[in-house]
Structure formats: structure tokens, C-alpha cells
Design a protein around this ligand. Structure first.
Ligand SMILES: *Cc1c(COP(=O)(O)O)cnc(C)c1O
Length: 398
């Protein structure tokens, strides 16, 4: 028996829900790729990418996913043999470190575990001990999509400055851009990464990199033409923006999504909406957790992501719940991405990034509650009321 004969919902941390308008914008004949509309569109997207990351830094677009953004940043920032300090706060920072290792870059990992943000004081101490300035770059994620931590990027910048260390700061915002507040210039970030399929609401396929002035000026290493950010930032001819054929239809989709984010809703309101939705999820999980085994992976409310929430369960509960929600109701929940000492079957994730409103979010939470009842997983009561109260308090009656 299944009731899943409506739209369903993919409440996973990417790809997120694609607005119909974004899909409609992509539904067209191929444009001329040498001149005309596609050139104007590209320039508009590049300008909008600056706005969405709050920066004057130059954006480069790669056809690729988030892993491509990792490689693009590494290929330009670090020559083989140079050293990067990578901060682990879940899985994704560690994945970036592995990419660096495979590229022949020296990698030093500071792993803060699966349930905590990085500790800026420890980073400061490490940089102070690096008397010869061997560490060329500090790499971190803003949100780690496995643990659902949100790291304090301004505090990391202050730590690097306090240590008086010249390392460049590169931040993976793949999960958080367009969800959590992020201000590249005000926060002193040298390189930012993102991809189009999470907060930026576009089908997977575009990776973004913003290179600040210092990162560009101090680049000592020119990678292959494909990865070279300078060619993409300052191309002699249009096709070099993409080192080949432009991702034509993705550009139409992304332009529409950026219009919705920046010109219609506005970035501040987008951040607020994500914060309200995240609080609704947290309140519901806390209510479920009053009895049984459910718990937020990030217990400290100040370090929780506004884009994704990782929930701990007893072994086996997470997959039983996910299976029921998928089969019975058409709700896809995120799989657990566990750390080495963790059971992936005792974790699941709710993605609440991008094109989401209270109708969808409360529907997802109530569906999870139905799943808890159906599968007999012990849980506390009042979760949906708690989530509804968060929404109600965020929007007072007229
Ligand atoms: C999703 C994600 C990635 C990887 O992106 P892909 O598009 O799957 O390659 C990297 N870092 C973070 C923080 C992410 O959320």
C-alpha cells in the first residue's frame, strides 16, 4: 500500500527542489553560443554571483559538481608539494583533503570530529607554531553536510590574523550559499566555493569559485588550461569563460534562480526563511527526542546549519523510517553519512535548503511523524505543534 501519488518531496541536502520556473527557463532550443543572449546572460550571472556571495571577488564558472569546485580551488591555490591545513568537522572537509592528497599536495588535517565545529583557538596555535609559514592555505567548509555543523568563518579569519600568518583562507560553501549568511569580503575570505544544486536551486552541473584579489595576486602556480581560474575570470574570447562549450541550459536556469533569490525575495529574507525553517526542524526533533532515541547531531543551537539537519537514532531506526517515508508517502530523506566511529544506519538527514516553504516543510515533518507511528519507533509527542509554533511566531498575523 502506498499513498505516494502526488508531487512527493526530496528533502535531501542536494540536489534541492528545483523551482518550476527554473526548469521552464531551461526548456528551450539551444542558443547561439558565440554571441548574443548567452553572452549577456553569462555576464549577468557573473554579476549576480558576486551579489550572492557578498563580494567583489571574481567568480569563475566550471561545468561540474562540488568535487570539481574542490579540484579547481586546489589546482590554483597549491602546487604539488605545498601544504594545506584542512579542518575536518564531518565528512566533506575530509573529502576535500583526500582530493588534495591525490593531487600531490601536502595535507595536514585537524579533525574536530563529527559533532563539533572547528576550534579557532587551536587553529591559531597551530599557525603560530608554523614559524616558516609552510602552510599555504587553510581549507574549511562553512556547513558540513554530513554532520550539519555550521562553522564560524569570521572567527577563523580572526584566528589566522591573530597568529599573524599569511595562509590564504578557502571556504567550501557548497551546502550553505543561499541558505546561511555568508559575506565573503566582510569576513576576509580569499577563495569561496559553491555549486548550483543546493541553495542556488539549479539542477546539478555548475561549480563556482570566487577568487579574491590576494589569492589571484599570490598565485604561484598555473594549472592546466581547464582548471586555470584566470582564463575563466578574464577570458580573451567568450568561450574561454568555460574553456569550451558553455553550459547553455544551465545558465538559463541559474539566471532565473538568482533572479528569484536576489531580486524577488532578497538575500536577507532568503537567509531569514532558512533560519525559520531550520528552527522548525530543530524544535520538531527535540520534541521527538523527549522519548526514545532521536537527537540532533549538533546539540549546540549556535552551530547548527540552516540548510540541513542530521538526526541520530537507535541502530536501524533511521533506515526503517526513511524506507517508510519513501514508499508510503513519497518523501525522500537524506541518508546518514557517518564518520569512522558511526553507524550510517543510526543517522538520517533532512535537507531544508533552497526552494522550500512552510507547506512543504511542515508536510515533511508531519510525514516523518506518520512514519514514526507506522514503524513503531519510540518518540515524544508535540513535534508538529512545536514546528508550527516556530512558523507562527516568525510571521505575526496582520
Ligand atoms: C554537496 C557538497 C559537496 C560535494 O558536492 P557534489 O556536487 O556532490 O560534488 C562538497 N562540499 C559540501 C559542503 C557539500 O555539501
Amino acid at each position: 500500500m502506498s499513498l505516494a501519488f502526488g508531487r512527493g518531496l526530496r528533502a535531501i541536502p542536494g540536489p534541492s527542489v528545483m523551482p518550476d520556473r527554473v526548469l521552464a527557463a531551461m526548456h528551450r532550443a539551444a542558443p547561439n553560443i558565440y554571441a548574443g543572449e548567452i553572452v549577456d546572460l553569462t555576464h549577468r550571472i557573473l554579476a549576480d554571483l558576486r551579489r550572492v556571495a557578498c563580494t567583489e571577488a571574481a567568480p569563475a564558472i566550471y561545468i561540474g559538481n562540488g568535487h570539481a569546485a574542490w579540484e579547481a580551488a586546489l589546482a590554483n591555490l597549491l602546487a604539488p608539494g605545498e601544504t594545506a591545513l584542512v579542518l575536518g568537522t564531518g565528512r566533506f572537509g575530509l573529502g576535500w583533503a583526500e582530493t588534495a592528497r591525490r593531487m600531490g599536495i601536502g595535507v595536514e588535517v585537524m579533525d574536530f570530529g563529527f559533532r563539533a565545529p572547528f576550534d579557532p583557538g587551536m587553529v591559531e596555535d597551530r599557525l603560530r607554531a608554523d614559524g616558516e609559514d609552510r602552510i599555504r592555505a587553510v581549507l574549511t567548509v562553512q556547513t558540513d553536510t554530513a554532520s550539519s555543523v555550521r562553522n564560524d568563518i569570521p572567527a577563523l579569519r580572526r584566528a589566522i590574523d591573530a597568529a599573524n600568518h599569511p595562509a590564504l583562507l578557502a571556504v567550501d560553501c557548497i551546502a550553505s550559499l543561499g541558505c546561511d549568511r555568508y559575506e565573503m569580503d566582510a569576513w576576509g575570505v580569499d577563495v569561496t566555493l559553491a555549486a548550483c544544486q543546493k541553495g542556488l536551486m539549479t539542477p546539478p552541473g555548475l561549480a563556482y569559485l570566487w577568487a579574491g584579489d590576494r589569492a589571484r595576486a599570490e598565485r604561484r602556480h598555473a594549472p592546466s588550461p581547464y582548471w586555470d581560474w584566470e582564463a575563466r575570470i578574464d577570458p580573451e574570447v567568450f568561450y574561454l569563460h568555460f574553456c569550451g562549450t558553455p553550459p547553455t541550459h544551465h545558465l538559463y536556469g541559474q539566471a532565473e534562480a538568482l533572479r528569484m533569490i536576489l531580486d524577488e525575495e532578497g538575500l536577507e529574507r532568503v537567509w531569514t526563511r532558512h533560519a525559520v525553517h531550520a528552527r522548525a526542524v530543530h524544535s520538531a526533533v527535540e520534541a521527538w527526542g523527549a522519548w526514545g532515541s532521536f537527537a540532533l547531531n549538533m546539540w549546540d543551537p549556535y552551530v547548527r546549519s540552516n540548510a540541513v539537519t542530521t538526526i541520530r537514532t537507535a541502530p536501524g531506526e533511521a533506515s526503517r523510517l526513511r524506507d517508510w517515508c519513501q514508499r508510503a508517502a513519497g518523501l525522500t530523506l537524506g541518508v546518514g553519512l557517518a564518520g569512522p566511529d558511526q553507524d550510517p544506519d543510526a543517522l538520517f538527514r533532512i535537507g531544508h535548503m533552497g526552494h522550500l516553504d512552510p507547506v512543504m516543510l511542515l508536510g515533511a515533518l508531519a510525514t516523518i511523524e506518520a512514519g514514526l507511528i507506522a514503524t513503531g519507533i519510540p518518540h515524544g509527542t508535540g513535534a508538529i505543534t512545536a514546528a508550527a509554533r516556530v512558523i507562527a511566531e516568525a510571521v505575526p498575523a496582520m
